[in-house]
Write a protein that binds this ligand. Sequence first.
Ligand SMILES: Nc1ncnc2c1ncn2[C@@H]1O[C@H](COP(=O)(O)OP(=O)(O)OP(=O)(O)O)[C@@H](O)[C@H]1O
Ligand SMILES: [Mg+2]
Length: 248
Amino acid sequence: MKQPPIISMKKICKVFPLEIGGEQQVLFDISFTINPGEFVAIMGPSGSGKSTCMNIIGALDSATSGVYELYGKDITTLFPDELAKIRNEYIGFVFQNFNLLPKRTILDNVMLPLMYRGLPITERLERAREMLKLVNLEKFESYLPTQLSGGMKQRVAIARALAGNPKLILADEPTGALDSKMGNEILKFFKKLNKDLGITIVMITHEFEIAQYANRVIHIYDGHITYDGAIPKNESVLLKSEQKVRKQ
Ligand SMILES: Nc1ncnc2c1ncn2[C@@H]1O[C@H](COP(=O)(O)OP(=O)(O)OP(=O)(O)O)[C@@H](O)[C@H]1O
Ligand SMILES: [Mg+2]
């Protein structure tokens, strides 16, 4: 049986109310599908709407209008507690600043998403240790996050993201807080997860060099998709695509 797309967005718009009154539209008719096994970069300048789009993909926020289906299920109008369940079941998150609990060990951090699943402690431990091994940190399970380098912290975050066996990894600027050597190591690891384990990855970045680790790029400018396709040879193709919006 053909698998449904992991993500299907149809004419998604997002409008934020402004504190000073009025409102601001941040996303305009965003439509795309992402199939199982893809590695997609979402690119665009600061303020273009990448994180807003990612928050909707990740069921952390809902769209103002449009239809969003995650793994064939319409989640546009779910309530927050239902969205939380969907997030826990389907999505692993990786953030720029790792978002690890500072006072908990590495092992506890990785076990955390499994707590909500009602798994017995022995299974949670086994799964978390397996994931730490996958990111080559099995010797560090009793360390605290503050005792690790940035690259290692991000590997813990990836282990945590993978622990619940998600269909999708969402990464918002995953190398933004790392030097280029550690950043490349993380990107190579994502590439491996995608290629060898078939994990679908959606990664936000504003750097073309980083987007090249993906197989497809969606370029957002001022809340509009201006390019969606294979990674072009040159960034100028993406920058030129922005003119479509500027001319409007
Ligand atoms: N909760 C909010 N309320 C009001 N406006 C918001 C909110 N969140 C984001 N915005 C606005 O939406 C626009 C897009 O923001 P977003 O964070 O999605 O951009 P981004 O592409 O992720 O930028 P960056 O590269 O700087 O992270 C910005 O103008 C921002 O000020
Ligand atoms: Mg952002």
